[in-house]
Design a protein around this ligand. Sequence first.
Ligand code: GLC
Length: 571
Amino acid sequence: MTSAPKPAPRTSETATGAVPWWRHAVIYQVYPRSWADGNADGVGDLPGITRRLPYLRDLGVDAIWISPFYVSPMADAGYDVADYRQVDPVFGTLEDADALIATAHDLGLRVIVDLVPNHTSDQHEWFQEALVGGPGSPERERYMFREGAGDGSEPPNNWRSVFGGPAWTRVTEADGSPGQWYLHIFDVTQPDLNWERTEVREMFHDVLRFWLDRGVDGFRVDVAHGLVKEAGLPDVDHQPHLLESDSGHVRHPMWDQDGVHEVYRGWREVLDSYNPDGDPDADRILVAEAWVEPLERLADYTRADEMHQAFNFPFLECPWQADDLREVVTRSMEVAHDVGAPTTWVLSNHDVVRHASRLGLPVGRRRPNGIGLEDPQPNAVLGLRRARAATALMLALPGSAYLYQGEELGLPEHTALPDAVRQDPAWFRSEHTERGRDGCRIPMPWEAGATAYGFGDTWDTWLPQPEVYGALAADRQAGVDGSTLELYRALLRLRHDDHLGAGDLEWVEGYGEDTVALRVRGADGRAVVVLTHLGDQPLPLPLPEGAQVLVSTHPLVDDALPTDTTVWLRG
Ligand code: GLC
């Protein structure tokens, strides 16, 4: 780095007083492979992101979180890191990363990067050294190597990989003999690190500092609940599903062990040392990706001396039913309050079926891991309608909200992706029983009339775009009344101006069982009443005295709130 990184933006413009920025921020996830391609190789890159940042300032978000862009063989789209301190050439250079951070800060956007501590790539130099080092070597101790069961030819226990297949792979030792087994909760190319080792802990402290020194504002922590495994690695009776909270609240010995918290307390000290005066604008943050239940266990990750936030996956997984929504919002607020953390809200990310499609599936069924041509198809119209209503509910809620790229365009999942182009390891490891996550990772459409809808200068994109993305391109929606893009912009503007993220929520009675009705009083005292109507008949609306409709996700009909509509009222 040749010069000091540009400082993070000041939030004084938002006038939320001394509330630290992350307690109410809207954070937009950029999936770098699919955001914008600056060099016509069909894959998005860092210069592409930098060029499109003004769009995000205009959208009205506070920060971006960028999925991994480090050196990687891309066996799991970059979540298999071979060098934590270098940018993969497909994405650009370290200078490109510096330029991105500086430009974002100039535009008033903070930057959160992804940290993948549970496992490295098998191409990481540590794993290569572990293979050469052989059984008993200190190099092997950095990973989870074990002797096989029985005569050594059976895996050490019965754990299955989250992506399918066994969680153990046997190596061939230097002399050619079949050797030890190593644990990989995910793909065979993603060996789990041994977090009992001090040098593993120290390495990650260095990685944190490396990116903090470059000016990043925080880290999204991948598989935060997986680092420490139960001692003895006992067999299990039930196997984990892909990226789902542990159903039935049975704790799996590979997840959510108490020992993980000590790791995060150490990280918090590192981050806090970058803000010795406790300036609320200068906090660097940690956000946990932890598929943990119940919510109380999740809240443990956000105790005062640990992480700042954790993704609220129970909200994402909540069925489209009024009582379930009320319950998950109430419980989320309660448990976060108990540990003094802000709640977070999220509906989509790069691991789940986009909510514009997910909400068009029958209510109450298990969430599929990807949708293919032969699978039951979502109702696209219903899905988008519910998605808009769900987002309008989410963006009114106090706390911090996460958006996933393209949801502001109402992008659906690509449900007709040919199986031949699929890349998600889950598709292969599940022996083609789970389509996987490619359908939510399709390159963004920016301009309807341009090559690859403006994603880049080639149609040969790493995943093909469906035709429907053309009609949904950002330039088709900008300035168009009622478009999903303008809806997001309006919601974000109101949320920002009324400081709803730093506000208080109270439930409002009198609208019936099928309507989620609440009032959020923003930090400066102004209040918004939010009604999300899920009943199958329109809800007649005598508006509260003097109430004014600020935004509605679907036009009111004869003063009634139609099904699957959210309205924000001033009142
Ligand atoms: C996280 C990521 C996911 C990845 C997995 C393994 O869940 O969000 O994309 O496959 O970790 O790193």
